[in-house]
Design a protein around this ligand. Structure first.
Ligand SMILES: *Cc1c(COP(=O)(O)O)cnc(C)c1O
Length: 509
C-alpha cells in the first residue's frame, strides 16, 4: 500500500504490525530482579538461550490487543447479514449470568455434590430443548452444529448396526443446496452421499427424492427451513417416505431460529436434529465464542445417544458417564459412546437458558416471527433493484442471484467487496450452490426498521451504481478498508500460519 502518511496510519486506522515485529525482544513490561542464590531444579532441561518473546511495555501490549480487537467486525458494531449463520444480538444479561462464579468458576472434574446447580441448569436446558423440538431425548455434549451432525449420524449408524443393516444401508441423501457440513458428516461416518435435486421453487423435488430411495438407504439429511431460506413444504411426505424405505431422517436444525416456538421438528417426523445454541439461542459465535450443538433424538434413536447425560434422582442430579450406567439396562448397551472429553459447553448452556427464560415461550416464538418478518422486509425492499432467486415469501433469510448484475461486468464478489466500503459485513456469497452468484441475507430479528432501511438503501444504491456502469469502482473495492483485495485463494490454499524470525532478530535498529 502506498504510504500517504509518515506512519502508514489512516487517522484512527492504525497499521498494526505483528507483535513480534514491533518489539526488539530486549524490552520487558515488568521489572523483576534476576533471582540470585537459587539453584535450579530443572537439571539438564533448563533453557540455555533466550525464549524470544516479544518485549513490550504494559501500555504498548494493551494498545496492540485493543487495536487488533477493533479490526474485528462484530455484531456489536453493526448488522451482520451473513445468511445461514444467524448472527443475532447476544443479550448482556446472558453474559452476566454466565459469569456467576457458580457457573463460570467450576471445573468438570469437581465432585457432583458441589455442582448441583450447574447440573440442574444443564437438565433444565435439556428439558426446554426437548419441549421446543417435541423430541424425547437430547445429547448436550456436541460442541457445534457440525459436531451435532456427527452425533446424530453416529447414532443412526449405531441403530443400523443394532438392526444388523450397517453393511447394506450405506447411502445418505442430501439436497444439492445443503450446507457443506452435511455431506462431509455423512462421508466421515463412512456413508456415500447422493444429491437430491431441487425443484424450480427451491425446495426438494419430492418425486426425484422418492426415486432415489431403496434398500441401501441409511437416511436423509435435510435442512428445514432450507438454505434457500424456504420451508420444505413436503417435509412430512419426505419423512414418511424415508421411514417407509427403512432409513432415518436427520434434520439440520441450524435454521431453527425461523420456527422455534412455532413448529416442532418432532411433529414433522424428524429422528435426530442438532440445534445451534450459538445461532437460535443467541450465544456468541464466530470470533466471539465457542459453539454448542445439542442434538435431539426421536424415540427410535434415543437409546443410541452418547453419554454423558444428566439425570435426577430424588432431587439429586447425577452425570451418567459410563455406558453401563445409562438409564435402563437396555438403553445402556446401545449408546454409541462418548463424543467429547467432558459434558459440553457450560458457558453456552448458561447463556442459552438465560435467553430462553428471559424471553419466555411467547418471546421465543416472537423472535422467530420477527426474524421472518425482517427477512421478508429486506426481500421486498431489495427486489426493486436486485433479483430474488425464487418467487414468494421467504423464512428467516432471503436469497438473491446475480441476474441483476448481468452485463454490468460486476460480479457477486465485487458487490460484496463494495459493501465493505459502506461499512457492512458482506452477506453470504456463492452459497447455496444451487443459485448462480448467490447472495444470502439473514438480517435476524433484532435489527430495527431504521437499520434495515439504511442497509437496504446502501445495497440499492450499489445495485444502481453497478447498472450505471461503475464496473471499475466495483473491481477496485474495497477502497476505504485497511486491506484492499486480498489473494483469498492463495490465503486459503497456502496459509502462512507461522511467523519466522528474521535472521537479525536481535539487532533491531
Ligand atoms: C451453521 C450451519 C451448520 C454448521 O454449524 P456449526 O456450528 O458452524 O458447525 C450446519 N448447517 C447449516 C445449515 C448451518 O447454517
Amino acid at each position: 500500500m502506498s504510504k500517504i502518511t509518515f506512519t502508514g496510519n489512516k487517522a484512527l486506522q492504525i497499521e498494526e504490525a505483528l507483535i513480534f515485529e514491533v518489539s526488539d525482544f530486549s524490552r520487558t513490561g515488568v521489572d523483576l530482579p534476576a533471582p540470585t542464590g537459587k539453584t535450579t531444579r530443572l537439571g539438564g532441561v533448563a533453557r540455555e538461550s533466550a525464549i524470544g518473546l516479544p518485549g513490550l511495555s504494559e501500555p504498548e501490549t494493551m494498545r496492540h490487543y485493543v487495536r487488533l480487537s477493533q479490526k474485528n467486525y462484530a455484531i456489536d458494531m453493526g448488522p451482520f447479514p451473513l445468511g445461514s449463520c444467524t448472527m443475532k444480538h447476544n443479550p448482556r444479561l446472558n453474559e452476566k449470568m454466565a459469569r456467576l462464579p457458580g457457573f463460570g468458576d467450576i471445573h468438570p472434574l469437581q465432585p457432583e455434590k458441589t455442582v448441583q446447580g450447574a447440573l440442574e441448569l444443564i437438565d433444565t436446558l435439556a428439558f426446554w430443548l426437548k419441549e421446543l423440538t417435541g423430541m424425547p431425548a437430547v445429547a448436550m455434549s456436541p460442541k457445534a452444529g457440525a459436531h451435532g451432525e456427527l452425533c446424530g449420524m453416529m447414532a443412526i449408524k449405531a441403530a443400523l448396526e443394532a438392526r444388523g443393516e450397517s453393511a447394506t444401508r450405506t447411502r445418505v441423501l442430501a439436497p444439492e443446496s445443503s450446507h457443506g457440513t452435511n455431506p462431509a458428516t455423512a462421508a466421515q461416518c463412512g456413508f456415500t452421499v447422493d444429491n437430491i435435486p431441487a425443484d424450480s421453487s427451491g425446495r426438494i423435488d419430492l418425486e426425484a427424492f422418492r426415486a432415489k430411495l431403496g434398500p441401501d438407504i441409511a437416511g436423509v439429511m435435510v435442512t428445514n427451513p432450507n438454505t434457500c431460506g424456504l420451508f420444505e413444504r413436503d417435509i412430512c411426505a419426505i419423512s414418511e417416505a424415508v421411514h417407509e424405505a427403512g432409513g432415518y431422517f436427520y434434520c439440520d436444525g441450524a435454521n431453527f431460529n425461523a420456527i422455534a416456538g412455532k413448529a416442532r421438528p418432532g411433529d414433522l417426523g424428524v429422528d435426530a436434529m442438532h440445534i445451534n445454541l450459538h445461532k437460535t439461542f443467541s450465544t456468541p459465535h464466530g470470533g466471539g465464542g465457542p459453539g454448542s450443538g445439542p442434538t435431539v433424538f426421536s424415540k427410535s434413536l434415543a437409546p443410541y445417544a452418547p453419554v454423558p447425560n444428566v439425570i435426577s434422582e430424588n432431587g439429586v442430579y447425577r452425570l451418567v458417564e459410563s455406558l453401563q450406567a445409562t438409564g435402563s439396562e437396555d438403553d445402556g448397551v446401545k449408546s454409541f459412546g462418548r463424543l467429547t472429553a467432558f459434558h459440553g459447553q457450560m458457558g453456552m448452556f448458561v447463556r442459552a437458558l438465560a435467553y430462553m427464560l428471559s424471553h419466555g415461550i411467547d418471546g421465543v416464538a416472537q423472535a422467530a416471527e420477527d426474524a421472518v418478518l425482517n427477512a421478508n422486509y429486506v426481500l421486498a425492499l431489495l427486489r426493486k433493484e436486485m433479483t430474488p432467486a425464487f418467487d414468494g415469501y421467504c423464512m428467516h433469510e432471503c436469497l438473491f442471484d446475480d441476474r441483476f448484475l448481468k452485463g454490468t461486468g460486476v460480479e457477486t464478489l465485487d458487490f460484496a467487496k463494495a459493501m465493505i466500503d459502506e461499512g457492512y459485513h458482506p452477506m453470504t456469497m456463492y452459497f447455496p450452490l444451487v443459485v448462480h452468484g448467490a447472495m444470502l441475507i439473514e438480517p435476524t430479528e433484532s435489527e430495527s426498521k431504521h437499520e434495515l432501511d439504511l442497509f437496504c438503501g446502501a445495497l440499492l444504491s450499489l445495485a444502481k451504481r453497478a447498472k450505471a456502469g461503475e464496473v471499475d469502482a466495483f473491481r477496485a473495492a474495497p477502497e476505504h478498508s485497511p486491506c484492499r483485495r486480498l489473494d483469498e485463494t492463495t490465503a486459503a490454499r497456502k496459509p502462512i500460519l507461522r511467523w519466522t524470525p528474521p535472521p537479525t532478530v536481535n539487532e533491531v535498529e
